[in-house]
Design a protein around this ligand. Structure first.
Ligand code: WTA
Length: 701
């Protein structure tokens, strides 16, 4: 696999100098099946194997009307899948609906007092807040009135949100959706600069933020980032004329940063002008964009993944029903952040479309201690729990015996975002799930809207470390570099042969990049309007076992998945290069026992500049400023020079091997082979036991 991936990437460029996550993937053996308990099967939404026939390839694309029928449509669609302009698929063409109506109004009519959202503030001394469907409807209406009448926003406008994990975030998203305004929520932990870049790219003239929020027990000043964001957007040519500031504590300002006159305004003050106002949901075409979600790609410019209203909502509703097994009376808690796709699809849109109760937790899992998630679960009676391998690893490390101290019962648990080590899976199963909950491992991406690889919990047994088979109506395949299918047990590029309703529509403002990145590689006939000629290239390495279950190895492109969050190597490197003294920078993935992968950055300095700890700090700070703390490198190594090919390309593969204590391979063809040993002396490091084990498996020293 290493060899095949070095030859070419998605764009057909020479990637000799790159290294992918998939190349440093650990080699787990196939695990035994684990079966779901009978009492889970007895209540499951999908327990009849006839469902596999309903989604068989010969029923495509009409099989997906089963998902669309979970929604209320203002006008039915005339074409299930319009393939006239590939790969810009149109699902449920001709149909009209409103996402906010589907997630709020219809449930507020049917069961007004039912809890839609439970907000759990990070401080344990603060009470939980229950928001009923009728209360949610009131808040969404009122805020939609602000957006429409005070700001003049209308369908098709883009608005950037930079909000923390508070119920005001889904209220804001749903108010936008009510008007057909396209929301673009930027993860709250991203820096002001990163937010500014996304404001500029999406062409937003309004930013919606919050003054502060709790994290790790501290009230963080968040408004400061709004000012940085507006400044950065202006530098990139986009003026922001309104910044709406929600207040974390009503009537009390939690930031040190002054409100800018004429630009910044408190949301609670605007809301008081629209008390009790009702805003009719705007009926939107199924293919109208619902939101943008930015993600990292192989160049520095982030990609605004554009998701549709009808197809997306149908797909997240359907997968929430069958894979999350959400019933109306469940208390469902996904511990992800709404600022990522997981939160959009499986905290907000999927669960609310089904009318369930969704939990929003403001803070970090281990505040004030590693028992917190289990106390929340006990107190709220959470029945479905959803988190990432990173969180599981961390809770396992900090509080291996905590779950058993609490009296909660999960019927179902999800893992998402990265491969989960079988050992960690087993702890999740036996300790967190008390041996009684099913685990659904879900492989998918920002681009894909919802799950691609995952098992139906009552029908497909679990296999630790494997995400399971392809989801209903998803026809997955593993290709080699030439587009030939690889035999089972061999690694290659995982692709989806068909379109599905949750697939993103395009990259905002970059349709050419959309086609090039995801479809060019395996399309043999650009003129074809047959979907069979347009396999979707996911950018992940994977292996399929004989039973059809997939194991995802990691990214095959220049993206590093840190704690389930995608970071582009180019983004990190250009951030490092904003430091004036830095001549060259290379970012590489390394194995990390909590975060799966971490980033290490190698820099060489301009002539005459001496290496120093201050210089390392400067590089780290620059990365935090440009991207956010999430991209903070585990180490910054200052090296005399980078290993390079004769044509002058930095050999990241060699650097990554050094960082992972692995064999660097043949370096004799480098322009400067002697530098390899020299660099090695710059990376002394203590390994944790788990890392050591992983590295040994990977064939390191
Ligand atoms: C990785 C998150 C293994 C994969 C929903 C993918 C996974 C990238 C899994 C997308 C999983 C996600 N097992 N790897 N269950 N889920 N990935 O866009 O490399 O933030 O391409 O979407 O995460 O990350 P993104």
């Amino acid at each position: 696999m290493a060899d095949s991936h070095e030859a070419q990437d998605a764009q057909g460029r020479d990637t000799q100098a790159q290294v992918s996550e998939a190349q440093i993937a650990v080699h787990w053996r196939e695990e035994e099946y684990v079966y779901p308990p009978q009492k889970f099967i007895d209540q499951a939404n999908a327990a009849d194997p006839a469902i596999f026939d309903r989604f068989h390839e010969d029923k495509f694309p009409d099989c997906f009307t089963e998902y669309a029928d979970l929604l209320s449509w203002d006008q039915p669609w005339h074409t299930t899948l319009d393939t006239s302009n590939p790969p810009f698929w149109k699902w449920f063409a001709g149909g009209q609906l409103n996402a906010s109506y589907n997630c709020v109004d219809r449930h507020a009519q049917a069961s007004p007092d039912k809890t839609a959202i439970v907000f759990v503030p990070e401080l344990e001394s603060d009470d939980h807040v229950h928001i009923s469907y009728s209360e949610l409807l009131r808040q969404v209406n009122q805020f939609a009135a602000v957006l429409r009448d005070s700001l003049g926003l209308k369908a098709g406008d883009r608005v950037t949100l930079h909000m923390p994990m508070v119920p005001e975030l889904p209220v804001t998203m749903l108010a936008c959706a009510r008007l057909g305004v396209i929301h673009s929520q930027v993860f709250g932990g991203f820096s002001g600069n990163a937010c500014g870049t996304r404001i500029a790219d999406s062409g937003s003239r309004v930013l919606i933020t919050m003054d502060g929020y709790y994290r790790g027990g501290k009230l963080i000043d968040h408004k400061v980032k709004a000012d940085e964001a507006v400044e950065e957007a202006a530098r990139q040519g986009q003026e922001v004329d309104r910044v709406l500031v929600w207040r974390r504590h009503p009537r009390q300002y939690s930031s040190q940063i002054p409100m800018a006159d004429g630009r910044d305004v408190f949301v609670d003050e605007l809301l008081s002008e629209h008390q009790g106002q009702v805003v009719e949901p705007v009926s939107m075409p199924a293919e109208a964009p619902l939101f943008l979600m930015y993600t990292s790609g192989t160049t520095g410019r982030p990609k605004g993944c554009q998701h549709s209203t009808g197809g997306y909502l149908a797909y997240v509703a359907g997968t929430s029903k069958y894979y999350q097994d959400i019933h109306p009376d469940d208390v469902y808690w996904c511990m992800a952040d709404i600022g990522w796709i997981t939160g959009h699809s499986y905290i907000v849109y999927g669960p609310l479309a089904l009318g369930t109760t969704t939990v929003i937790y403001e803070g970090v899992p281990n505040y004030p201690d590693a028992g917190r998630p289990w106390r929340i679960a006990e107190k709220l009676g959470v029945s479905i729990f959803h988190t990432s391998p990173t969180a599981i690893r961390q809770l396992r490390k900090l509080g291996p015996d905590e779950p058993r101290k609490y009296d909660y019962h999960f019927k179902h648990m999800t893992t998402v975002g990265e491969p989960i080590e079988p050992e960690v899976w087993r702890w999740y199963h036996s300790e967190v799930g008390k041996g009684d909950a099913v685990i659904v491992d879900t492989w998918w991406q920002t681009e894909t809207g919802g799950f691609l690889g995952t098992g139906l919990p009552a029908l497909n047994p679990m296999k630790p470390g494997s995400c399971g088979p392809a989801a209903l109506g998803i026809y997955a395949v593993i290709y080699d570099e030439n587009g030939d299918e690889v035999p089972d047990g061999r690694a290659g590029n995982i692709c989806i042969r068909n379109p599905w309703p949750g697939i993103f529509q395009t990259i905002w403002g970059q349709p050419g990049r959309f086609v090039d990145t995801y479809y060019r590689k395996y399309n043999s006939d650009p003129a074809s309007t047959d979907w069979r000629d347009w396999p979707y290239f996911a950018g992940d390495g994977a292996v399929r076992a004989a039973d059809g279950y997939f194991r995802i190895l990691g990214r095959v492109d220049d993206v590093i998945n840190v704690a389930g969050h995608r970071l582009g190597t180019k983004e990190i490197e250009s951030a490092a290069l904003t430091v004036g003294e830095v001549a060259e920078a290379a970012a590489v993935p390394v194995i990390d026992d909590i975060r799966g992968r971490a980033v290490e950055v190698y820099v060489s300095l301009k002539p005459g500049i001496q290496p120093s700890p201050e210089m390392e700090n400067k590089v780290t700070k620059a990365i935090e400023t440009e991207i956010g703390k999430i991209a903070r490198p585990r180490n910054v190594w200052i090296v005399p020079d980078m290993p390079k090919t004769r044509s002058g390309k930095i050999m990241r593969r060699v650097i990554a091997s050094i960082s992972n204590f692995a064999d660097v391979g043949d370096v004799t063809t480098l322009a400067n082979p002697e530098i390899v040993d020299d660099i090695r002396h710059h990376v002394p490091r203590q390994l944790t036991e788990l890392e050591y084990e992983e590295i040994k498996k990977f064939g390191g020293e």
